[in-house]
Design a protein around this ligand. Structure first.
Ligand code: C5P
Length: 229
């Protein structure tokens, strides 16, 4: 039985490469993330195939943002694909509309707080409210959860503070920005190890390159799973 706390990001260009990778990884991983980079490469078809034919769970990472009516319509359409998780930006109007669109399905709406690739300078450039990034993440998480999100996306460094919020009781915290000891940081900035992320309160960790760029993605995934508390 796969340990679904690990979600592997299939950040490869198309559905064929994604399916091949998932087949190389095999039984140890039961949960995959499909992102925008594969949207035009058959991402939704791959989601369906992994779900229906291989029994995998699917996290569709679309990070949707738009006016409420458009979000609701988009999410209602996506809800027909039997996805497990879908991301939207954590703005309250977006989260509320997404929850309306997902009503009646089992798809969970996860709210993006602040992208883990952004630092204070980036937020200034985007004219975002002042303050330390971790504080903004926790504040955005609280508002998204109050707006009905089933969970939030945050870096593992912020997971503990989000867990302390009353609003996060019974909700999910999903963390990218996870790096096994000794592996390359790539462009990740606010990182922690897989075990630290879980101990900080994450329900799921999302890991991409350290798995799919490994000589044996299956062995890399199993090595990560072996470190989880
Ligand atoms: O870095 P890694 O390959 O493990 O990325 C896994 C996922 O983390 C990516 O699919 C992306 O959604 C997310 N990511 C992020 N911040 C970055 C780079 C990637 O949150 N700086």
């Amino acid at each position: 039985m796969a340990d679904d706390r690990l979600i592997v990001a299939l950040d490869v260009p198309n559905a064929l490469a994604g399916l091949e990778l998932a087949q190389r990884i095999g039984d140890p991983v039961g949960f995959y993330k499909i992102g925008l980079g594969m949207l035009t490469g058959g991402g939704l078809a791959l989601a369906n195939e992994l779900k229906q034919d291989h029994g995998k769970r699917i996290f569709l990472d679309m990070k949707l943002f738009d006016i409420g009516a458009t979000i609701e319509a988009a999410v209602r359409g996506l809800a027909q694909f039997e996805l497990d998780f879908l991301t939207v930006h954590g703005d309250p109007h977006v989260v509320k509309a997404a929850c309306e669109g997902a009503a009646g399905s089992d798809m969970k709406i996860l709210a993006v707080t602040v992208l883990t690739s952004l630092d204070r300078d980036d937020l200034d450039a985007a004219m975002m409210k002042g303050g330390a990034v971790p504080d903004l993440v926790v504040e955005r998480a609280g508002r998204a959860l109050e707006s009905g999100a089933d969970g939030v996306i945050a870096s593992p460094q912020e997971a503990a503070a989000i867990r302390e919020l009353g609003q996060s009781d019974g909700r999910l915290i999903v963390t990218p920005g996870v790096r096994p000891d000794g592996s390359d940081l790539d462009d990740q900035k606010r990182v922690a190890t897989p075990s630290r992320a879980i101990l900080n309160g994450a329900d799921h960790i999302v890991i991409g390159r350290p798995v799919w760029q490994a000589d044996s993605p299956s062995a890399a995934a199993q090595a990560i799973l072996a470190t989880l508390p």
